[in-house]
Design a protein around this ligand. Sequence first.
Ligand code: EPS
Length: 387
Amino acid sequence: MLRYLTAGESHGEALTIVVEGMPAHVPLPPEKVNFWLGQRMLGHGRGGRMKIEKDQVRITGGVRNGETLGGPVAMTIFNKDWANWERVMNAEKVDPKYLRSARISRPRPGHADLAGSLKYDLKDIRNVLERASARETASRTAAGAVALSLLSEFGVRFACHVVEIGGLRLKGAAPSFEQVASRAPKSPVRCVDGALSARMVRKIDISKSRGDSLGGSFEVRVKGLPPGLGSFVQWDRKLDGRLARALMSIQSVKAVEVGLGTGYASPFGSEVHDEILYRRGAYRHASNHAGGIEGGMTNGEEVVLRASMKPIPTLFKPLATVDMDTKKRLKARYERSDTCSVPAAAVIGLCVSAFEIADAFLEKFGGDSLGEVRRNHDAYLGYLKTR
Ligand code: EPS
């Protein structure tokens, strides 16, 4: 129902995003997209690039008078750093001396550099890293922000927080949705626990002083979804599978969990399955280990997703690699990078999750205008009351 494509290089002129399938009349002022782009730029541990950029979207299609028109929504985020790269990254013929000056032949361990260079026969690794760069996540954040505009019309709310950085982990009872929504944005590392935030900040500082990087985990929470989004009838319609794919495809993410996730591996079934209740005219669950998804469908409880990312592979004190020109063993090349971007990844995770959920939402309540989606949605909620 809903799909998007992104284009653009990290140091190219701009990032381009096209979102197709949004119904007409969804309010979409650019500030809504800019809010999430701004959130993505935050977090202790970000590098020099975030001091250069001030990510803002220009909506160039599909929106008029602050509302979607039903056609593809086209967005552009101009890279401020382009001013420093125009001679090197130009789409037109580039002076060989500039090409030489920016050329890279030593792939970074952990990055797309080696496999990408071999796969596309790109002799300059810059041609891999420019597109593989996590800069592309600004585009995905913008696409997710469009989805969030739709879902907010139906009272669906999203929150995200960081649960681990470099082995420092949030312990104890899980914070409520409201605690995550109110506390996480106030922390420099998007962590709900003030003391733990301070320790995470110190650990990031230590990592930076050593020329190293750190990974971690984040959680996305979604409140206000009715039961029945996604489907059990076919593997590729299962919502958990679709969310996992979206989260796993974020640069550096290596694991995704739903609800109790890997915690399901040890206990007895009787200890972890969420008992079903009927309260005030609706079905509920006594607990939410399933993370709001059973049989590939929302079950009416809060959706809880977690993802873990590896430490950023660009190291100021690089690991060993092989120069692809000489085949000599050398240190990998250093490119400006972040020390830790788990707080930013949490925002990106929220946005890509919102996109998948909006897609499933339109699959269920689809319509060409917001009014039509609302009629379908309200009729379904009315029907649920009869069950
Ligand atoms: C990023 C932009 C990049 C990096 C980072 C994320 O900009 P630059 O390469 O100019 O510093 O800061 O990307 C990576 C860490 C990576 O490995 O690609 C951004 O906009 O989020």
